[in-house]
Design a protein around this ligand. Structure first.
Ligand code: ATP
Length: 298
């Protein structure tokens, strides 16, 4: 994580916000915790260089601003400073689900279900609003601590690779390799359905929560994987060659859902509607989930 001292302080020139601390750095910019001067409200503010603005920044703003849901980080406002486009959003106090899983090595099945139910309900909401996220991963799901709840709530963030156009299929090969659906990697006719690819990525997230590792990987080490390594990973995906380590006890229903989400043919892959009717998913799912996000039992 970058230190606040090393980062510029663009909020100073706004006269509306002050910087509280640095929250971290991504590939495209940095994020700071800011406080709104007139009401002390906190916000996570993402700074993107104005000179680097591209179609992804535009989609991030347009798509994220359309969404309002308990399991999506709330978009607040966008404003400009002399050098940056600044996106103010709800501040998630509990870090990312990636950090959470890393701390625990892997999650108990009931805890994985708690997060997975919220993830799927949030992703389904985005899809119903016409937005495919295309970069669903543990790092892009943040946690919000809420008094009285045994576990934090999950919030989907980062719509930098999202796609909203319902009329045309997605073409760009975007996302993160270990979470990328095979049809995105192959992209033979140059098109895929971003929403169906999101379901694969949710399946990868479920796998990582269960087993604390990725189902499909290229060897670690090199910054850029070799084409042969990517092809071999793709081969494993297409042949459904991944381990379900027996030393980790996961119910048959949990494994059944996982397998249906990791079906390589997007036409055969389970739909979100079917996921939400799956008996593993509906276990311990109170009616409040998705509406307020509060009241989930583990
Ligand atoms: N709304 C938020 N509340 C709290 N922390 C946030 C929020 N949004 C982002 N962060 C944190 O800020 C850091 C940078 O986030 P950002 O989205 O720019 O990059 P990233 O997701 O780490 O990487 P990349 O964008 O390259 O995939 C991350 O550690 C992230 O957890």
């Amino acid at each position: 994580m970058a230190t606040a001292a090393a980062e510029p302080d663009p909020l100073r020139e706004t006269g509306r916000y002050e910087r509280v601390q640095s929250l971290g750095k991504g590939a495209f910019g940095f994020v700071q915790l800011g406080r709104k001067l007139h009401n002390n409200e906190l916000a996570a503010i993402k700074f993107l260089k104005r000179s680097d603005v591209n179609k992804y920044v535009e989609s991030e703003i347009l798509n994220h601003s359309m969404l309002r849901h308990p399991h999506v980080i709330q978009f607040k406002e966008v404003f400009l400073t002399s050098d940056y486009i600044c996106i103010a959003m709800e501040y998630a106090t509990g870090g990312s689900l990636f950090q959470y899983v890393q701390q625990q090595a892997r999650l108990k099945e009931a805890v994985a279900r708690w997060f997975f139910q919220q993830l799927v309900i949030g992703v389904d909401y985005c899809h119903k609003r016409g937005v495919a996220n295309r970069d669903i991963k543990l790092e892009n799901t943040l946690l919000q601590k809420v008094d009285g709840l045994p576990l934090p709530l999950l919030k989907i963030c980062d719509f930098g690779y999202s796609k909203a156009d319902m009329r045309s299929a997605a073409k760009s090969k975007v996302g993160t390799l270990t979470y990328m659906a095979p049809e995105v990697l192959v992209n033979r006719d140059g098109k895929y359905d971003g929403k169906v690819a999101d379901i694969w990525s949710c399946g990868v997230m479920l796998y990582v929560m269960f087993y604390g590792r990725y189902p499909f990987e290229v060897p670690a080490g090199a910054a850029m994987p070799k084409a042969t390594e990517i092809l071999s990973m793709l081969d494993n995906m297409v042949r459904q060659r991944y381990e379900l380590p027996t030393k980790v006890e996961i119910s048959d229903l949990g494994k059944d859902l996982l397998k249906k989400m990791l079906l390589p043919d997007p036409k055969e892959r389970i739909t979100l509607e079917e996921v939400m009717k799956h008996p593993w998913f509906t276990t311990n799912l109170p009616p409040e989930v998705g509406r307020t996000g509060v009241g989930i039992r583990v």
